[in-house]
Design a protein around this ligand. Sequence first.
Ligand code: ADP
Ligand code: ZN
Length: 538
Amino acid sequence: MTAVPALSSLPQDPNIQALNILKTVFGYDAFRAPQGEIVQHVGGGGNALVLMPTGGGKSLCYQIPALLRPGVGVVVSPLIALMKDQVDALRENGVRAEYLNSSLSGQDAREVERRLERGDLDLLYVAPERLLQPYMLDLLERSPISLFAIDEAHCVSQWGHDFRPEYQGLGVLARRFPGIPRMALTATADDRTQADILSVLHLGGARQFLSSFDRPNITYRVAHKLGPKQQLLDFISAEHGAGRPGGDAGIVYCLSRKSVEETARWLVAQGVAAVPYHAGLSVRERDDAQTRFIREEGLIVVATVAFGMGIDKPNVRFVAHLDLPKSLEGYYQETGRAGRDGLPSTAWMVYGLADVVNMRRMLAQSAAPEAVRRAESGKLDALLAYCESAQCRRQMLLAYFGEEYPQACGNCDTCLNPPDSWDATRAAQMALSAAIRTGNRFGAGHLIDVLHGNETDRIRNLGHHTLPTFGVGKETSDRQWRGVLRQLAALGYLTTDAEGHGSLIATPQARALLKGEQTLHLRSELDPPSREEKQERR
Ligand code: ADP
Ligand code: ZN
């Protein structure tokens, strides 16, 4: 039996029917902005592309039309773990939902298939590779289908960060099921990914519902990496009650499994409730971490990017990045896991010269085709420009997704504490010529020794104390030089070697600057505030 009221007992106006389902089945009073329109459009048989930020409420956009229309709504989803959660939640609301994936026994799968054929289901979640099997497509043709919803539709695109080859086969649905509404849903799609979704899935004539990607309750902050673990601890203890009862739940992202383990262990040693999560842990350990994170209050998960897709915990109060994310898309997705309940939350990141060098090296080592590499390099440049920005971060982030945000937001670090900038043309020339005159073979430490005029053994052995650049930058502090080098690398004036020696290499872009044909303004590197200053500010 089902708790969904029989359609015949509902009033005929489809809008009222939809609202009724929203209330009686899901327990919500009103649609969020574009949901109502989408439900009406797809409920009436239209195709749609739905672009909505994480937490925006995409699920209802296909679940309600599936209940409004006769037949079974088929949802294509790439994540087996997610299907079970979604189906369990739907069943709790009295919706007849099932899933088909490799976790089911043959017998259970056959039972679900029989119910599909009889139309004895409201929603069926299927993994793409399963859906595309010939017997499954035949079965679907014999079954009453209300709609196809393709979730995480950006997986069709090679440009996206989650490319899944199976998704490209989903174009076949257009041909085999011409009369059945199809919708593609995603939370990440730049123009190119959107175009891919429309062409691969043959959704050219579909109506597009593009929501704003702004997450007004998230404060964006980026700081320079000095001592990352301690900086993290300072941040979460001062602002999120870490280590005290009633502390906030949060996610800390690191690049490697090793740093995940180390950071989690260190936080625990400091009295902070934290657990590690990465793909190298057993399924049980990962499930445990995930379940604890969702059930407990105030737990911090230290994780690689393997953690988070599909985690629906509304009160995550902060997302911290101890290493750079892969791209601004990744950053937006990962930080988007904070504050789904709409309450104030923080996206906090630290990054330094070593991160820039690392990312540039990974790019240099990549074996990907030239066009992909060029696209990746462009994405890295955009990410680094975001990190170094002296403008409103929200404006930059939204501009990256093609959205214009009219004024500075007042809720990011550059708005709240506008950074000072300085004419760094001379300093940049010194740093670049130090790299060139030493043969583009040395890392930041050595270049700063040259600039400071430190007569180390290494400098003397290499004869670098005789260079004209030797000692020209005595007045500038170590930290400032690191800042100059980092920003030069971030802005593309310096790159790094593919072998991983950390050499800083001047690029052709440096020429105009060295010739004095161009000036350069950089952000000042502020010394971190002392304890007293911090207290005064509070
Ligand atoms: P998305 O898939 O876009 O990330 P979900 O569909 O998981 O988002 O929805 C995010 C959260 O918002 C869920 O907890 C969901 O129950 C809630 N939600 C969605 N629509 C509404 C609504 N109209 N009113 C209240 N809560 C909603
Ligand atoms: Zn701002």
